[in-house]
Design a protein around this ligand. Structure first.
Ligand code: SF4
Length: 171
């Protein structure tokens, strides 16, 4: 079975296997997350003054909020750098998807406006090989019948599935 992967699958794969499994199996709670809403607000308020420079694009199931088409740069705006490795994976996936579509010399910038931190991102041959491994692993994890266990990690506190995962413990 082959499913259409999105950058969300990629980010969750780098965050928590259970989160990936829940999302991949149609249990989606992200829209209720204030963290996500806040992240979107940070992007909108931080870049409202240069909105004309960026285009929001949707391709093959992925949505890129800030694409500088003139310079071929994907911008990803995040609130906290706690899950930086997942953010990097996500932006590299965007670059790879655009490259697959025939765009050349695409790069990325990962931005944390609240931390006044930014990181330039390029896609290497090693990254491309890794992305293909991620896709295979995501397919396999998503197709299992059993939901992976709760990870009991600090990140759970800000996860949109927190109530779902910890209901038994909080009631
Ligand atoms: S609350 Fe924790 S265990 Fe549950 S999906 Fe989120 S990160 Fe994973």
């Amino acid at each position: 079975m082959s499913r259409r992967l999105t950058a969300t699958h990629i980010a969750y794969y780098h965050t928590c296997q259970r989160k990936l499994w829940l999302f991949a199996n149609g249990i989606q709670m992200e829209h209720t997350s204030t963290i996500v809403a806040e992240g979107k607000l940070i992007g909108e308020t931080s870049y409202s003054d240069r909105a004309e420079k960026y285009t929001e694009i949707e391709i093959d199931g992925i949505k890129i909020d800030y694409f500088d088409a003139e310079n071929g740069v994907v911008h990803e705006v995040k609130k906290s750098a706690k899950m930086e490795h997942a953010h990097l994976a996500q932006i590299k996936y965007y670059i790879w998807k655009l490259t697959q579509m025939g765009l050349e010399n695409i790069t990325g910038v990962l931005e944390y406006p609240r931390l006044k931190k930014r990181q330039e991102v390029i896609l290497t041959a090693k990254d491309i090989a890794e992305i293909q491994q991620w896709e295979t692993a995501i397919e396999a994890m998503s197709a299992t019948d059993n939901c992976p266990p709760v990870i009991q990690a600090k990140i759970c506190q800000s996860c949109s599935y927190y109530d779902f995962c910890y209901t038994d413990e909080t009631t």
